[in-house]
Design a binder for this molecule. Structure first.
Ligand code: CP
Ligand code: NVA
Length: 338
């Protein structure tokens, strides 16, 4: 018997869940966070086995799925793309069928959205998208939980995203914001405005929720009235040959103190999904400084380390929110409706 409206479902992209379901998962994550903080066990997935499939690198997503699985009583198994046959010697379909015979749930991070969709189609178990080129749905739950913790509510928040408006995180913020009733501005050069299909999808949800969606090329105009300033790396995984052109294009879109001041909001918060280039303490950060003379990219070190920053709360919330999705979709909890 199924007690949970989430049971057996996958989370491949944000539109897989309704506004009420997304809000439920965010609130459930807040509850699980409290249980963890009070050392109250919540082993809803006792004895289950979880595959963690990674084609791309990860710190937060891998750590979050590992700790969340363990806290829930499940066993996480990391399967790096280079260690297994996946896609090289064995098709996605065949691999999915094998995983489905052994694992109770699968996390996938990689390039193609089609692959994560096929994993769900052929494995027969819940699949959770840990990032593809198109979407980053588990990131969204953590981000909107963090906003709710800081602002007290989600609907009506003014969120401004700066940088590459066509990447997975920008796509996800635009569409999730539209579903949840958040006013989202994507601030980037016109050449990096979201793709037409993403705009149309977001517009469709905004009509239902009342969100005001904007595309704005002027960083100062975009900032005014923002509650949240959000940015991501200018070059996503898989497009590392684009650093030069993106630095030239996006330097005016760096979130620095001028942008913070332009919000005219003393309570504004800064968010970043991480990892971030805010100094030269990374190999790539130093390389970019040597080659192009930029010591900080999408966010200034000053803002990153300021009282406005919430990026490490976001990082922690990855774990609580991923735990909520796993428990809701695999734990057969008593959630008859939301
Ligand atoms: N934000 C995020 O997905 O981080 P990782 O790439 O470290 O998983
Ligand atoms: N847009 C980034 C997000 C990393 C969490 C990337 O895809 O590399």
């Amino acid at each position: 018997m199924t007690f949970s409206i989430f049971q057996g479902r996958s989370f491949l992209k944000e539109i897989d869940f309704t506004k009420d379901e997304l809000n439920y998962l965010i609130d459930f994550a807040a509850h699980l966070k409290e249980l963890k903080q009070n050392n109250i066990p919540h082993r809803y997935l006792e004895g289950k086995n979880i595959a963690l499939l990674f084609e791309k690198s990860s710190t937060r997503t891998r750590a979050a799925f590992t700790v969340a699985s363990t806290d829930l009583g499940a066993n996480p198994e990391f399967l790096g793309a280079n260690d297994i046959q996946f896609g090289k010697k064995e098709s996605v379909e065949d691999s999915a069928k094998v995983f489905g015979r052994m694992f109770d749930g699968i996390e996938f991070r990689g390039f193609s959205q089609e692959v994560v969709e096929d994993l769900a189609k052929y494995s027969g178990v819940p699949v959770w998208n840990g990032l593809t080129d198109d979407w980053h749905p588990t990131q969204m739950l953590a981000d909107f939980l963090t906003m709710k913790e800081n602002i007290g509510h989600i609907e009506g928040i003014n969120l401004v995203y700066y940088g590459d408006g066509r990447n997975n995180v920008a796509n996800s913020l635009f569409v999730t914001g539209a579903i949840l009733g958040v006013n989202v501005t994507i601030c980037s050069p016109e050449s990096l405005f979201p793709a037409q299909d993403v705009q149309e999808l977001a517009d469709k949800y905004a009509k239902e929720s009342g969100s005001v969606l904007k595309l704005e090329a002027d960083p100062m105009i975009a900032a005014k009235g923002a509650d949240v300033l959000y940015t991501d790396v200018w070059v996503s995984m898989g497009e590392e040959d684009k650093f030069k052109e993106r630095i030239e294009l996006l330097l005016p879109y760096q979130i620095n103190m001028d942008i913070i001041k332009a919000t005219e909001n003393d309570n504004v918060i800064f968010m970043h999904c991480l990892p971030a280039f805010h100094d030269t303490k990374t190999v790539i950060g130093q390389e970019m400084a040597d080659k192009y003379g930029v010591k900080e990219m999408e966010v200034s070190d000053e803002v990153f380390n300021s009282e406005y920053g919430r990026q490490f709360d976001q990082a922690e919330n990855r774990m609580h929110t991923i735990k909520a999705v796993m428990a809701a979709t695999l734990g057969n909890l008593f959630i008859p409706k939301v």
